[in-house]
Ligand binder design. Structure first.
Ligand SMILES: Nc1ncnc2c1ncn2[C@@H]1O[C@H](COP(=O)(O)OP(=O)(O)OP(=O)(O)O)[C@@H](O)[C@H]1O
Ligand SMILES: [Mg+2]
Length: 567
C-alpha cells in the first residue's frame, strides 16, 4: 500500500477565482452593461450614458453622475466580495439595491482591459487600470462627480468565450434590451445608449412609467396599454396590459419586475395572459409590463447567478393576484378599441356618462337577462341605433359604439358560465312543446350535451326517429326564437365550431351565447338598448366578445376635439 503524501488540493489564486466567477456573471457584453448600469443606479445616478463599439466586443463604457468613490473605496471595489451594499447575510432580506454580492467589478476586470474613473466630489479623482485581473496602476484623475467604467477587449484572455459571442447586431440588440429593462424600472433617470456613434436609446427623465414606455417604444404602443393597479394582502401589482383588440401574434413586450428588479418569469407572464380569458383571438399575444411589489421577506432575490430569477414564498398567490390584476385592468370600457388615428388615450377607467346618477330609482328591466341592474337604466345618456345593428351612446371618455349582437353575446356568455357551474337557468315551460328534426350527428350532440342543455334551459327528449320534443326553453330576450336557437346550437355542437376553446364548458357557453344573442338587423326600443348597454357595462370583460372581437369601439373625445380644432 502506498501512502499518498503529495498535497493535491491548492487554493486558487484570486485572479483565477475571479475568472471562474466571471464565467457566471459575465456572459456577453449585455451582461457587463447590465452590471455597470445597475451599479450606476445603486450610486444614485440621475443620468447614465452607455457607449459600445462593435456590439460591445471592442468597447463598453458606462458613465454616471452618481455618488462616485473616494480612492480607498475605488481600490476595494475591485476585490471580490467587496461591497458597500450589505454587511451581513441578514441584510439580504429585503435588499433594496441591485447589487449585493461584490462580484461584478472584479469579475468584469478579470476578463477585460478595465478602467475605472471616479470622483466623489468633482475635486479629487482616481483612475484605476486592471488588465485581465492584474492591477496596472492607480493615478489621479480630473472629472466631475460620478463614475465611468471602460471595458475593452472583453474576453481577450479567454479565447473560447470570445468565440461564443454572436454577431455584432445581435450583441448590440442585447445591450439595448438590457438598458431598456433598467430604464423601465427608473423613469426618473435619463439614459442614452450609443453604438458606434449611432444613438439607440435617448430618454429624458420621465414623470411616470407610461411616459417612459412612450419614450422607449413610441406613443402608438403606449396608447394601446391599460394601467394595472391592484393590491391584495402584501402584494401590489402595477403596470400595463395591452387592449385585447390591439394584441398581435408577434412582437409583444412581456416584462416582469419584482421589487424593481427585472426578472425572467414565464409563469407570471402566463398568469397575466390568463387574465385576458376569452377576449383574445387565438394567436394574439398581448404586451404585458408587470411591476410586482411585496415585502422583502416574501421573496428571495439571491437564487440566480445573474440575478435574473427570484423565488417567491407563495408563487401560487402571486400568480393568482397577477391574473386578477390584469382582468381588472381590462374590465372598464377603456379596454374598448379606439377609433381614429391614435395619439389620444381613452382616459382611464372610462365608464358611461351619468353613472353617478341616482342608483336606486326605477325598477330594473328584465329584457336582456335576469337579476337586478346596479345602475338605473335611465342614467344612461341618449342612445341611438344605426343600421339596426349598432348602438351609439355617450361615455365618459368619448362616443361609444356597441355592436348589439357581440355585446349581448358577451353578456350571455358570462351569465351562462355562471349557470353551467351553478344551478342552471330559469326555464319557461312551453305551452306547445316544440318538435324538431335532427341529423344523426346532431342527435348524438343533443344526447352528449343533455345536462348542459338542461342547465341553460332546454329540456328535450328523443321522440321518434330523428325528432326531439322540447318542453322548456330559456328566455334571454323578448324576441328569442327558441326553435331556431336550439337548431343552430345543436348544429354548432355537432360541427365542432368553437373547438379552439379548450374547455368544454366555455365552448358550450360560447356557442349558446352566440346563437341565443339578439341578432344584427333587429330594431330595438330605447329601453332595450339601454338595458343591453348597462348589462354589458356590468360584465366582467365588457369590451370583447367570446371570439376576441370588440363589442365596443370608442371615438375618444380628444380625437373629436382634435378634428374640430378645439384642442
Ligand atoms: N458606478 C459606481 N458608482 C459608485 N460606486 C460604485 C459604482 N460601481 C461600483 N461601486 C462600488 O463598488 C462596489 C462593488 O461593485 P460590484 O458591482 O462589484 O458589487 P456590488 O454592486 O456591491 O454587488 P454585485 O456583485 O451584486 O453587483 C459597490 O458595492 C459600490 O460600493
Ligand atoms: Mg454591482
Amino acid at each position: 500500500m502506498t501512502v499518498q503524501s503529495a498535497v493535491r488540493i491548492a487554493v486558487l489564486a484570486p485572479q483565477v477565482a475571479d475568472q471562474i466567477a466571471a464565467g457566471e456573471v459575465v456572459e456577453r457584453p449585455a451582461s457587463v452593461v447590465k452590471e455597470l448600469v445597475e451599479n450606476a443606479l445603486d450610486a444614485g445616478a440621475r443620468a447614465i450614458r452607455v457607449e459600445i463599439e462593435d456590439g460591445g466586443k471592442s468597447l463598453i463604457r458606462v458613465s454616471d453622475d452618481g455618488e462616485g468613490m473616494a480612492r480607498p473605496d475605488a481600490e476595494l471595489a475591485l476585490s471580490r466580495h467587496a461591497t458597500s451594499k450589505i454587511r451581513e447575510a441578514a441584510d439580504l432580506i429585503g435588499v433594496g439595491t441591485f447589487g449585493f454580492r461584490g462580484e461584478a467589478l472584479p469579475a468584469i476586470a478579470s476578463v477585460s482591459r478595465f478602467e475605472l474613473e471616479t470622483s466623489p466630489d468633482g475635486a479629487t479623482g482616481t483612475r484605476l487600470r486592471v488588465v485581465g485581473g492584474k492591477r496596472e496602476g492607480v493615478e489621479d484623475a480630473v472629472r466631475r462627480r460620478g463614475t465611468t467604467v471602460t471595458v475593452r477587449g472583453l474576453f481577450f484572455n479567454m479565447p473560447a468565450r470570445r468565440k461564443f459571442l454572436r454577431a455584432q447586431a445581435t450583441e448590440t440588440r442585447a445591450v439595448a434590451e438590457a438598458v431598456t429593462l433598467l430604464a423601465l424600472t427608473r423613469p426618473e433617470t435619463a439614459f442614452t445608449v450609443s453604438s458606434d456613434d449611432r444613438t439607440l436609446i435617448d430618454v429624458r427623465p420621465a414623470a411616470d412609467a407610461i411616459e417612459r414606455v412612450a419614450a422607449l417604444w413610441g406613443g402608438a404602443l403606449a396608447d394601446t396599454l391599460l394601467p394595472i393597479a391592484r393590491r391584495e394582502g402584501p402584494l401590489e401589482v402595477r403596470g400595463f396590459a395591452q387592449r385585447p383588440a390591439q394584441a398581435k401574434p408577434t412582437g409583444r413586450k412581456g416584462y416582469v419586475f419584482v421589487r424593481g428588479r427585472p426578472i425572467r418569469d414565464p409563469f407570471i407572464l402566463r398568469a397575466g395572459e390568463a387574465g385576458y380569458r376569452s377576449t383574445l383571438a387565438p394567436d394574439d399575444r398581448p404586451s404585458l409590463i408587470l411591476f410586482l411589489d411585496l415585502p422583502g421577506d416574501a421573496v428571495d432575490v439571491n437564487v440566480h447567478p445573474s440575478k435574473l430569477e427570484v423565488r417567491f414564498r407563495d408563487k401560487f398567490f402571486v400568480e393568482k393576484v397577477v391574473e386578477e390584476a390584469v382582468r381588472e385592468a381590462l374590465g372598464p370600457l377603456a379596454a374598448a378599441a379606439p377609433l381614429g388615428v391614435g395619439g389620444q388615450g381613452l382616459g382611464i377607467g372610462g365608464s358611461w356618462a351619468g353613472s353617478g346618477a341616482d342608483l336606486s330609482a326605477g325598477a330594473p328591466q328584465d329584457l336582456f337577462g335576469s337579476g337586478p341592474l346596479t345602475p338605473d337604466p335611465r342614467s344612461l345618456a341618449p342612445l341611438l341605433q344605426v343600421f339596426d345593428t349598432y348602438i351609439i351612446f355617450q361615455s365618459d371618455s368619448g362616443v361609444a359604439i356597441v355592436d348589439q349582437h357581440s355585446a349581448h353575446e358577451r353578456v350571455l356568455y358570462e351569465r351562462v358560465m355562471h349557470q353551467l357551474t351553478g344551478d342552471g337557468a330559469p326555464a319557461q315551460r312551453l305551452l306547445l312543446p316544440l318538435t324538431l328534426e335532427f341529423s344523426g350527428a346532431e342527435l348524438e350532440a343533443v344526447e352528449a350535451h343533455r345536462e348542459l342543455l338542461r342547465r341553460v334551459g332546454f329540456e328535450a327528449e328523443a321522440f321518434s326517429g330523428r325528432s326531439v320534443v322540447v318542453h322548456t326553453a330559456p328566455n334571454p330576450h323578448p324576441r328569442f326564437d327558441a326553435a331556431r336557437c336550439l337548431q343552430e346550437l345543436v348544429a354548432d355542437l355537432a360541427g365542432g365550431r368553437f373547438s379552439a376553446l379548450a374547455n368544454r364548458l366555455e365552448r358550450f357557453a360560447a356557442t349558446f351565447a352566440c346563437r341565443a344573442a339578439i341578432k344584427a338587423g333587429q330594431r330595438l326600443e330605447v329601453e332595450e338598448m339601454r338595458e343591453l348597454v348597462l348589462r354589458l357595462l356590468s360584465a366582467t370583460l365588457p369590451a370583447h366578445d367570446v371570439h376576441g372581437r370588440p363589442t365596443v369601439v370608442q371615438l375618444p373625445r380628444g380625437e373629436l376635439e382634435r378634428r374640430f380644432g378645439r384642442s
